[in-house]
Write a new protein. Structure first.
Length: 194
């Protein structure tokens, strides 16, 4: 599978720069949010939006998860032969600024393998493997039974079927229930399930 890393030099692969800003495409945003929830955290850096110059105000909630975006990468298969790897901050640009996705990217997000599917796990799990887990290595994943290699994915949130924006990370409860992502099978589960 060919990997295409999306950055500021090739954003035209996912943002339709010829299309005027659009009203939020709810179906697209809801589908993209599923990839955001499974994004792999890669840093602790707080990004700045190139359009509104907000710094770190990127917390969203939907489909049972609350996540601060901007320090993770998403893996989005484009058919069976290509995968886009992009920062999860692009969700902010689509949601807040109403940027239009390219047709190819929109179709991949809407109709491609979803993060909760086995097909998706087979396509992307090798990209999670090289990450050093932050949790106790003696634990086992309750889904695959293998020694747990994973990370905190997101805080548990409401099960609503619409993604909403929160202005600050203060929205997270003082003691949130954390959802873990197993890098072996890509299942999510509450940390308490151990």
């Amino acid at each position: 599978m060919r990997k295409t890393i999306i950055n500021k030099h090739n954003w035209s692969l996912i943002f339709d720069i010829n299309e005027a800003n659009i009203q939020n495409d709810i179906a697209f945003l809801n589908a993209l949010w599923q990839y955001v929830l499974k994004s792999r955290n890669i840093s602790r850096m707080v990004p700045t939006c190139k359009i509104c110059h907000q710094h770190g105000e990127f917390t969203f909630e939907g489909f049972g998860g609350i996540k601060k975006i901007g320090d993770g990468v998403m893996f989005i298969p484009i058919g069976n032969k290509e995968m886009y790897i992009t920062s999860d901050i692009v969700f902010h640009y689509f949601y807040i600024h109403g940027l239009a996705p390219t047709q190819k990217f929109r179709e991949a997000v809407l109709f491609g393998a979803k993060p909760q599917s086995e097909e998706y796990a087979k396509m992307v799990k090798r990209y999670y493997k090289n990450r050093i887990p932050i949790v106790d290595k003696s634990l086992k994943c309750p889904y695959c039974g293998k020694k747990f290699k994973g990370d905190i994915g997101f805080a548990k949130g409401n099960e609503g079927d619409v993604v909403i924006h929160h202005n600050t990370l203060n929205y997270l409860r003082s003691e949130p229930e954390w959802m873990m992502i197993c890098y072996n099978c890509l299942h999510c589960f509450e940390m308490q399930e151990y």
